[in-house]
Design a binder for this molecule. Structure first.
Ligand code: AMP
Length: 481
């Protein structure tokens, strides 16, 4: 784990009279050695996921070679995986699979993005190829009771096409008609239950409803990462009645990266946090401060940090009630030896609009009446140089108002930098939400190590919270690494 940090580093931003370079101090290399010991990962999904296999193998190699002493890690967050279940466990068994097939539909009920259906396929294929009978459950939209607009019927053709079998759809998710369809389901068949949120009992996690869902099956697989942060009947309640209850490949991969790779990163480990407000990212920043070596901040939140340091921020977004918090985060970073970098320059605009007049100014020289909407070129260079030293990077939140092309440059530059680093073997994790939209916009999503499929669930994992839908699953057999 001998890492040197050649990156420039400073905590906070230079004052107006201070040159950027003078304000920087080098990161002591020894600090990277003093980080937490390894924690285990849920490695079991690797077999079914070639990309993950590669990363897991890389992790194992790096763990093996980087420790002076052999380290025995027990997988604290590792859950039993569907990959642990063989034909002997699955043949002829009825498996309740909770997936997240909440795809966008247009006005004519056509699927406009099938990513979520494709993401669910590896788990379903594993089950049907081992002779299981799959009872597939998902929600779609936010229905209030039975709402035809949110029926799952439009999903059946695409799901059938991707699985290579005709998927049968039930008109309900519980009850005698569903039970009949389950009874006639052949080995290797898939029955799609109707939208589970047609019942209000789903989101209330009512035990009687969970019991009815569970009574359809012998065992349970949760592959719905996007809803794993909610304790609903189909994500948490059913686990009380079905054993084993295991993680699907998609859920497992999210845990491997958002918990495993973040808790036991190849170092140096950088976190990039952006987005609109510091208040919505406090938990993530505090949690990542415990784990990372370098923290790069961008987006609207930086102006609260600037103001806390006594700088003028014009009409930029500021949370006046978070000024003390910003100061305390800067102090915490310093105390922990984390190199916290704020942008040295910003792109300012005379109004919040795509066609606003804009110019680049030092962070310390934002004039009245102007607002910062992106990080500037000097900041992109400083951030890129810092990222160049890393072996793991996690990114959550855009660097600017990337929805407006004029203010998307900083965000796109970071996306491209991460793509370049991925090509050099750096583990790059895009932690959900708008950063995913940004890497997709730039067209570099496919080269990243991991793109999280969850918004709220990713954020909660990065905050260090345990997700109810994950917590409820069976523990993996501890693996010595
Ligand atoms: P979040 O959901 O917290 O990750 O925030 C994402 C949003 O932050 C995006 O819609 C961006 O437009 C917005 N954002 C990024 N930078 C700024 C900025 N400097 N001022 C205002 N909003 C911003």
């Amino acid at each position: 784990m001998a890492s040197t940090a050649a990156s420039p580093a400073f905590c906070g931003i230079p004052k107006a009279s201070t040159s950027t370079s003078a304000a920087r101090a080098s990161i002591p290399a020894t600090r990277f050695l003093a980080k937490n010991p390894l924690r285990g990962l849920g490695f079991s999904a690797a077999a079914a996921e070639p990309l993950l296999s590669h990363h897991v193998a890389t992790k194992l190699r790096s763990f093996g070679s980087s420790s002076a002493k052999p380290v025995r890690g027990v997988a604290s967050m590792a859950k039993k995986s569907v990959g642990d279940l063989t034909a002997a466990d699955l043949k002829g068994k009825k498996v309740f699979v909770r997936a997240d097939l909440n795809v966008p539909l247009d006005d004519n009920q056509n699927i406009t993005d099938d990513t979520r259906i494709r993401a669910a396929v590896p788990t379903i294929k594993h089950l049907i190829s081992n002779g299981a009978k799959v009872i597939l459950s998902t929600h779609l939209g936010r229905p209030k009771g039975v709402t035809p607009k949110y029926s799952l019927a439009p999903l059946v053709p695409r799901l059938s096409e991707l699985l290579g079998i005709q998927v049968v759809k039930a008109d309900d998710c519980i009850g005698p008609e569903v039970e009949k369809l389950v009874a006639s389901l052949p080995e290797g068949g898939v029955l799609l239950l109707e939208n589970v949120r047609f019942y209000k009992e789903e989101e209330k996690n009512e035990p009687e409803f969970a019991k009815k869902l569970a009574s359809l099956a012998d065992l349970y697989v949760n592959d719905a990462f996007g809803t794993a942060h909610r304790a609903h009947a189909s994500t948490e309640g059913v686990t009380k009645f079905l054993k084993p209850s295991v993680a699907g490949f998609l859920l497992q991969k999210e845990l491997d990266y958002l918990v495993g790779a973040v808790s036991s990163p190849k170092r140096p480990f950088a976190a990039i946090v952006g987005g609109s407000k510091v208040s919505s990212k406090i938990g993530v920043i505090e949690s990542l401060l415990e784990k990372c070596d370098i923290l790069l901040l961008g987006g609207g939140m930086i102006f609260t940090f600037y103001k806390a340091q006594g700088l003028s921020v014009g009409s930029s977004l500021v949370e006046e009630d978070k000024l003390e918090l910003a100061t305390s985060l800067l102090e915490k970073a310093k105390a922990k030896g984390v190199s916290l970098l704020l942008p040295t320059d910003v792109v300012i605009a005379d109004k919040f609009a795509p066609d606003a007049n804009s110019k680049v100014v030092p962070a310390s020289a934002i004039p009245d009446g102007w607002m910062g909407l992106d990080i500037g070129p000097d900041s992109v260079k400083t951030f890129s140089d810092a990222l160049e030293t890393t072996k793991t990077v996690i990114w959550n939140g855009p660097m600017g108002v990337f929805e407006f092309d004029k203010f998307a440059v900083g965000t796109e530059a970071i996306a491209n930098k991460l793509a370049e680093l991925s090509g050099k073997g750096v583990t790059t994790i895009i932690g959900g939400g708008d950063s995913v939209a940004a890497v997709e916009k730039v067209g570099v999503a496919s080269v990243m190590s991991h793109i999280s499929t969850g918004g709220g669930a990713s954020l909660e994992l990065l905050e260090g919270k345990e997700l109810p839908g994950v917590l409820a699953l069976d523990e993996a057999t501890p693996v010595a690494v």
